[in-house]
Every structure is written in C-alpha cells, then in structure tokens.
Design a protein around this ligand. Structure first.
Ligand code: ATP
Length: 932
C-alpha cells in the first residue's frame, strides 16, 4: 500500500487494513505468512570484505612482493628448490595471516550482532519480547521512553509521547506524537506526527503502535546506504601500533641495507646477500602484529561475554584497564532489584508486611495485630493507588522464567526462582502490586469500578508518576513517588480516616517516618491523591498540586551478594567505587554501609547540595565523595566531568534516556542489559547483560589482562625480530660468513610470528593483576621498562646466536663447516626465542610463573620444537633448509646459548629484586625505629 496513506487513516481503518486486533495482535501463523512476504525487518548490510579479497590482501605487502620477485629471479638462476620453498613459506605465512584476520573479523561481527535491538510486541494475546528482526507489518508494538522504534509504525495510543527524529528529519527538538489521522497527501516526514519512524528514539512517555513497514521498505531503509553504522572498531593502541609498524619497517629496512652492504663489502656474493637481505626484512617486519592485537582483543572480548560484559566499542577494552573510578547506580546494579514492601506508615501508624518475594501471600500487622483492609480506610486507599498507579503485571508462571534476554525497566521480567510468581515491569511497581494482592486487591477486581484513563509516566527527573482514574462519574488523580518530592505537593493528609490539613507537625512526623525507614536501607515511596475538577487534565502544570497525602511504603531491595567482595577487590586494585542513586540519602548511606563503599573520611552528598556547589567547589571535594543520593540524571554528567578534571578515568553506569549524556561523556559508558533503555545502550561502550556491578569489575580485570597480553606478545615478537637482525648485522660487521640463510630466516619468522605469539595473546593473567594500581591512560605501550626488555633480550639473543655460530665454525674444519655452524645458529635462534616466550609471560622473570599453566603456549612451543627437529634430522628436509643433524656437543652449545638471554636476565632480576626488597626492608626498619 502507498506509504502516503498511513497517516491519513483512522486507527480503526488502519487495523482493518492490516487485518489485526489491537488487543491481541497477530497470530503466529499469520506472522509466518507475513514474514514470507515482507522478509526480515533488517536493513541490508554494508559492503563486507570477501574471504578471497582478505586472502589476497595478505600478499599486498611491498616486502613480500619483493621477496617473491627475488625468489623468482633465484629460481630462474637455477635455485629451484630454494625458490619453491620460499614461495611455500610465503604462502603459509599468508594463510596464517588470513586465518588470523578472518577470525578477528568474524569475532567483531558476532560482537555487533550481540547488541542487536529487540522489540516488545503483543502476539497471540500475549506480551512478548522478540528480536526486532522478527517484526512483520501488522505487529502491535509497545514503546516507552528510551526505546528505539524498531520499524515504521503508526501510533495507536500515546501517553505524553515524544520522539527524537533528527537522523531522519533534521529536527533536533523531540516531536510530540499523537494518534489521530492527519490529512494531506505529500506531507513531509516531520509533519507526520502520528507516525513513528524506524531508528528514531522515544525520549518521553509511552505508547502502543502498529507496524506498517519493515526492513528496507521503511523510511530509514530508503537512506540506509547513508547511515551504515560506523561503530568505532579500532582501538587507539591498534592505531598507534599501525604507526609504530611503519617506523619499524623503516628501521628494519635501514638495518637490512646495512647488512647487505657490509656483506657485499666483505666479499659475499651480491645475489645471495640481496636474497638474505630481503628475507631478513620480511622476517624483521612485524606484519603479524596488528592481526594478533585484534585477535587478543576479540578473544578477550569473548571471554568478557562469558563473564556477562558485552563490549560495544572495542577501544573501551583498553580504557577499562585504566579505570580509576566506577560510578555505579544503586538499584539493580549494587542491589538485587527484587523489591518487597515490608513496612508501611499510614495515617500516623507503623505497619509491617509479611511474606517474601513476589508471591502474593502475607499479612499486614500493626503492633503485632492484623490490620483488615475493610477497617482501615487509609490502608485501603494506599493499596488502591498502589495497584492503579502502576504499569507492572504480576503473573503466576507455568515454568520458572528467566530474566535472560528481557529488557526495558518498565517491562522486564524479574523472576524469583523460588516461586512461580513473576513481575513483568518495574520491580518497584511489582512490589506494590504484590502488596495489593496480599490484601486481596488486584487490577482485575478493580477493573470496571476504577478505570484508568491517562498517565504521566514515571521518570527519574520528576521522581513521581500520576494517573487519572474514573470512578462513579468523578475523576481522581492518583500519584506515587519519592516522599520528599510528593510531600511538597500535598496540602492535606488522610489521618485516622479523615482528610485534614497537612500541618507542619504532621509533615514533620511523615518526614521522620520516611527517615526511619530509609535508615533501615528501605527504598521509600509516598502515595497521594485528589479529586479532579471536570476541566482539569494532565496537560495542566498544576494538576499534581494540592494533593492529599496517604502514607509511605518501605521496600527492601537486598544488596547483591557478590558486590561487597567486588568493591573490596576494586579498592585493592586502586579503583574507587562511587554510588549514584535517585534514592533517599539515608537509604543510600545504609546500603553503602552494608556494601563497604565508604572508607573512613568518605562523604555522602545529596543532589540538592550538589546543585548548590559551583564546579570549583565540587572539584575540591569530589575525591572524598563516595555516595551521591537523590540525584537527577543531569547531575551524573557533572560528576563525570568533575572526576575527569581530577585526572580520573571514569566508568559510569546508567539505564534511562537521560543518563545517555553522562554515559557518553564517561571514559567507559556502561549500560544495563536487562533494565537499560535502547538510548542508554547505544550511548554506552559496555553493556552488562546481568546488570551486575561485579560484572564491571570482571570486565576491568579482563581489560587489564588483555592489555598485558598485548604487551607480552609485542615484547616477544619485537625481541625476536631484534635478535634476528642483530645476529646478521654483527656477523656482517665482523666479516663472518652469513650465519643464517634466507630460508632459515623465513622459517624462524614463521615459527615465532605464528603460534607462540598467538598463545601469548590468550595467556592467563598474573596473580597480582588486580593488586596493582590502574595504569595511566597516557602510558606508552613500551612503558614500565618494556622497551628496555625488548632491546636487551633481543641484543642478547643476537649475540648468543652469533656466539654459537662462531664457536661451531671455529671447532669444525670439515667441508661441512659452514652448513654445520649455520645449523647450530639456526637451532640456537629458534630455541632462544622459544625459551624467551616463557619469560614474556611475566612482568618480572621466567621464575615467577608456572611454566605449564598456559597449555596453548606449551603446545605451540612443543610443536615448534618438533618442527625444528624435523628440519634438522629428516633427511628429505636437510637439503631444502641446508642443515645437518646436530651432535650432543652442538646441542649443549645451542641450549646454553639459547638459555643465556632469559636465564641471565632472570637471575639478574631476582638478585636486583632481592637487593631492592632488602633495601626497602632496611628503610622500613629505619623508619620504624625513628617512629619508636
Ligand atoms: P538508582 O540510580 O540507584 O538506580 P533509581 O534509579 O532507583 O536509583 P529512581 O528510579 O530515579 O532511582 O527513583 C528515585 C525515587 O523515585 C525512588 O526513591 C522512589 O521513591 C521513586 N520511585 C522509583 N520508582 C518509582 C515509580 N515507578 N513510581 C513512582 N515513584 C518511583
């Protein structure tokens, strides 16, 4: 049907046109039929690199082409065997590179899919959460503040619903949507106020809509080629390494030229030297580095997924390791978000509510005596408002549901595994429904008597929610929200069954009751109401004033069990944890106390106090503040900026639409997988699929581990390359013959660049990884003496290989003299690197780690040793690699020389470590003596 017609039709015409019922939605069979016609609701992907192109890319490298050319020349000159082998090695290298890059690409694609959007639909008369891809025209979708609209829709119902459509219309101010028909054939998109466009965001309110078009038929689909997502997928480190790679190419080439020139000057044959030079250049250029970095990142990111952290932007993996402050929401992240009303304060009397979880079984008692709904007018009103000013659904489940895959704070399923009762929606509201049900009041038995007509949805800025209810010809406004916010709007109070003025004394009693509950770590909600005059409606600014206060409800939300330990771990790792919450300051302080967030001397402040401070005043105290309570989302941005001004790398969580700016501004923006809105998720760089604080800490640990692993294989690869170049360079300078022939150089490169380096990329972290302070954000990858380690180990590997070569050359007078010495040099170089690879696992020395812990590395090294033995001892391979079998004496030289670089420096570091710890102890003793 012509898309120009959707906005012109009435709701009933639309439903008839798309043959669907607004309450029950489509039936499953119909969905299948329509999907066959319309296809999946997806925008077609942008261009992807084909595997063949990726494979061919491996051979584009200039030096590889030169090597291939030079090999061809030597082939033409009769060195067939050499030429074939070198080409084979180039091919194997290319295949390895291809596999590495292909894996990296695939992992990145999987990551993108993980953050794919979902949609809330009504199908077969039931509410379901499905992947947005599954939507078909005719589906009925539910949308709320923070959702990304999953297809082109026509609004059927709206409650103060605004959408942000700038991506499509250029209009930056959110547009108020309605559901009436609009006349006019060729209306610009911006004027189609009853249409919701795929990809635009609901910034306020809620609504129900009918899917009219999906996938490439949507307005977004028409411009899909312009907006192909350009998510940042290269990290700063990768970028820097690419630049470094260019410098290293220059250095390697310069040294190679020197080697070649020196060789020729000392009488080596020019063609042989040229080929050796080109092989050396190919070997010394760390072309595998970027791919291994990507793999280390991608595999690390997959490990994070297993630990429930989904990385949306790859660069954040690096930043994670630098995080020095985590600002965390309280509800659901530090606590379980399993709310239960346990206390009430109504009309001056305190009441207790029994029962656990979401099962609607329990009693209300006052001073130990049961309270009946019939006798207590205040309680009746309280429960009525709780049940009607509420969007949650309390359901008995057939089988134990799981929270997995559900999202949307207002409609997520939070299941209590011990019971078959579950709440769909906001757990706070769910708890109120459970309270009402405990007293026999459910939405179904209120229906028909009290009819809800309009709603002002809850949001964290307003901290309250209101609905209009029609009752016996009159209209009532029912409101619930944060007690302090609500009390300001109340002029009367329901006291002992009567409506009386809310005097200062009565208000003080209510404030004291609120504080008492909050101190017990309860989340407190106030409830109020009033009768509306006929002309009042929700657009009226003053409608939530002059209310009658009914009472307070206290909800427990226990802390998550694993969080206390996670916070402790953070402290040891030099990371500060800050709680930011919309809840009351006393509630926040009580929970912070239970979790051990605030150290001695730490402060807690409220949003009101925060608003009064200037930025300079905030900067002075920001380091001492551990709890921010009753804050609004915009406060979060100020907190992030203040911490950043103090030099911190800030991780900040958030779930609502208004949290997005702070999430974006933070160094690591973290969104909630279960309760988070699409807007917050899209602003984030990390999503917690279990909403759990402990997951952030796990992600930081992984982030640190990944960075250290990258340093490990950079150290290994570069030290190996330095060794390879230097052995040739020193030999040429000393006027010695070539210690390694081209094939051997290429072979060493293959063995080192390949499996062992990759195995280092997935190495286990050192035990004290989370005992160290976060690394500085500006730290150079070669910082903390890595550059020195590369040069010193590389230098020693070069010298020791040359020594092994020279010793053998001197001791052998046979005609095989040179081949023999070259074989020993070859074996020494390979073994030196294979020993050094274990050294790279530790920031101290080889003696600090269990050698067999990394099984991949052990396997990689063993297979490299077997290959080396094959090259030395298999007769068929000897002529190709120009080797002879090594004797026991040769092996003794080889292993001693190969071990020196690692063991010499290892012992050195132990001795210097002892000396410095001895000095530290002496200094400590001296200072203790001074104190005494
Ligand atoms: P945190 O940032 O720790 O997650 P929060 O998000 O729970 O805190 P808000 O949701 O902004 O904080 O809630 C602030 C206050 O608003 C609560 O203390 C409560 O009194 C009130 N409140 C929470 N949910 C609702 C709701 N659905 N309806 C009305 N009032 C609510």
């Amino acid at each position: 049907m012509d898309h120009n017609k959707w906005h012109q039709m009435s709701v009933n015409e639309l439903l008839a046109e798309l043959d669907v019922h607004a309450e029950s939605g489509l039936q499953e069979e119909e969905v299948t039929l329509r999907r066959e016609q319309a296809g999946h609701n997806e925008l077609s992907e942008g261009k992807t690199v084909s595997p063949i192109a990726l494979f061919l890319n491996q051979f584009k490298d200039f030096m590889v082409l030169v090597l291939a050319g030079a090999t061809l020349v030597s082939g033409l000159l009769g060195e067939y065997l050499d030429a074939v082998t070198i080409i084979a090695i180039i091919l194997i290298n290319g295949i390895l590179g291809f596999v590495q890059e292909f894996r990296a690409e695939r992992s990145l694609r999987v990551l993108k899919q993980l953050s794919a959007p979902s949609a809330k639909v009504i199908r077969n008369g039931k509410f379901e959460q499905i992947s947005a891809k599954e939507l078909v025209p005719g589906d009925i979708v539910l949308l709320e503040s923070g959702d990304r609209i999953p297809a082109d829709v026509r609004w059927l119902e709206t409650n103060s619903c605004y959408t942000e459509e700038s991506a499509l219309t250029g209009e930056s101010v959110p547009v108020n949507k309605h559901c009436g028909a609009i006349a006019g054939d060729d209306l610009p998109l911006g004027d189609r106020r009853n249409i919701g466009f795929m990809g635009t965001m609901v910034t306020r309110g809620t609504g129900k809509a009918l899917v009219t078009r999906t996938g490439m038929n949507t307005e977004m689909g028409k411009i899909a080629h312009l907006i192909q997502s350009t998510e940042e997928m290269e990290t700063p480190l990768q970028h820097r390494l690419e630049q470094l790679g260019k410098i290293l190419i220059g250095v390697a080439l310069a040294l190679t030229v020197m080697v070649v020139v020196a060789g020729i000057l000392h009488g080596q044959p020019a063609l042989g030297m040229f080929l050796a030079g080109v092989s050396l250049a190919v070997a010394a250029i760390p072309e595998g580095l970027p791919a291994i970095v990507t793999i280390a990142l991608a595999l690390g990111v997959q490990r994070m997924i297993k630990r429930k952290a989904i990385v949306r932007k790859l660069p954040s993996v690096e930043t994670l390791g630098c995080a020095s402050v985590i600002c965390s929401d309280k509800t659901g992240t530090l606590t379980q978000n399993k709310m239960t009303v346990t206390k009430l304060w109504i009309g001056g009397s305190h009441m207790d509510v029994s029962g656990e979880g979401y099962e609607p079984v329990g009693h209300v008692t006052a001073a130990g005596r049961p309270v009946e709904l019939k006798q207590e007018q205040g309680l009746r009103r309280f429960v009525q408002i709780s049940a009607l000013c509420n969007n949650a659904i309390l359901e008995e489940q057939q089988d134990t549901p799981s929270a997995k895959g559900m999202r949307g704070a207002k409609r997520s399923i939070v299941a209590d595994p011990s019971s078959t009762w579950a709440v769909k929606g906001d757990p706070t509201e769910g708890a109120l429904l459970v309270l009402a049900a405990k007293l026999g009041m459910t939405s179904s038995n209120l229906k028909g008597i009290y009819n809800r007509t309009q709603e002002i949805p809850f949001d964290s800025d307003r901290k309250r929610m209101s609905v209009i209810v029609d009752h016996q010809g009159g209209r009532l406004l029912y409101t619930k929200g944060a007690p302090d916010v609500l009390m300001e709007r109340c002029s009367y109070v329901l006291w002992e069954g009567k409506v009386v003025p809310f005097t200062h004394t009565l208000k003080q009693r209510a404030i004291a009751a609120n504080a008492e509950m909050a101190k017990q770590a309860l989340r407190v909600l106030g409830v109020a109401y009033r009768e509306l005059k006929p002309n009042e409606d929700l657009q009226d600014e003053q409608i939530e004033n002059q209310l009658i206060f009914v009472g307070l409800g206290g909800l427990i939300d226990p802390p998550r069990k694993e969080v206390r330990e996670a916070i402790h771990k953070c402290r040891r790792a030099g990371i500060k944890t800050v709680m930011i919450t919309g809840d009351h300051q006393l509630t926040a302080e009580a929970i912070a106390g239970q979790l051990g967030i605030v150290p001695r001397g730490g402060m807690s402040v409220s949003g009101v106090q925060l608003s009064q401070w200037t930025d300079e005043e905030l900067d002075k105290v920001v380091d001492q503040i551990y709890v921010y309570a009753r804050v609004s989302p915009e406060h979060k941005l100020r907190i992030v900026k203040a911490l950043q001004r103090k030099g911190h790398v800030v991780a900040m969580t958030g779930d609502g639409v208004n949290d997005a700016p702070a999430i974006k501004a933070a160094d690591i923006g973290i969104a909630m997988g279960i309760t988070g809105t699409d807007v917050s998720k899209e602003a984030s760089s990390l999503i917690l699929s279990d909403d759990n604080f402990a997951t952030i800490v796990a992600a930081i640990e992984e982030g640190r581990g990944i960075y250290e692993n990258i340093r490990k294989f950079i150290r290994y690869l570069l030290a190996s390359n330095v060794g390879e170049i230097l052995v040739m360079f020193f030999a040429m300078m000393a006027g010695l013959p070539l210690p390694l022939i081209p094939i051997q150089i290429l072979w060493v490169n293959l063995v080192t660049d390949g499996l062992p380096a990759m195995a280092l990329g997935v190495d286990q972290a050192e035990k004290d990884l989370m005992e160290q302070r976060p690394r500085a954000a500006k730290e150079n990858i070669f910082g903390r003496r890595l550059g020195w380690k590369i040069i010193s180990r590389g230098f020693l590997i070069g010298i020791c290989t040359l020594a092994a070569f020279w010793l053998t050359l001197k001791a052998d007078n046979s005609s095989q003299q040179l081949v023999h010495a070259q074989s020993v040099a070859f074996a020494t170089l390979v073994m030196a690197q294979l020993i050094h690879v274990f050294d790279c696992r530790s920031s101290r020395s080889i003696f600090h780690r269990n050698l067999l812990q990394n099984k991949y590395l052990v396997l990689a090294v063993l297979s490299s040793v077997v290959l080396l033995l094959a090259v030395l001892y298999v007769e068929a391979l000897q002529p190709i690699f120009k080797t002879v079998p090594l004797s026991l004496r040769d092996w003794a030289i080889t292993l001693i020389m190969a071990g020196i670089p690692t063991f010499l420096l290892g012992f050195g570091s132990i001795i210097s470590g002892r000396k410095s710890s001895f000095k530290r102890n002496r200094a400590q003793q001296r200072s203790i003596r001074k104190v005494v």
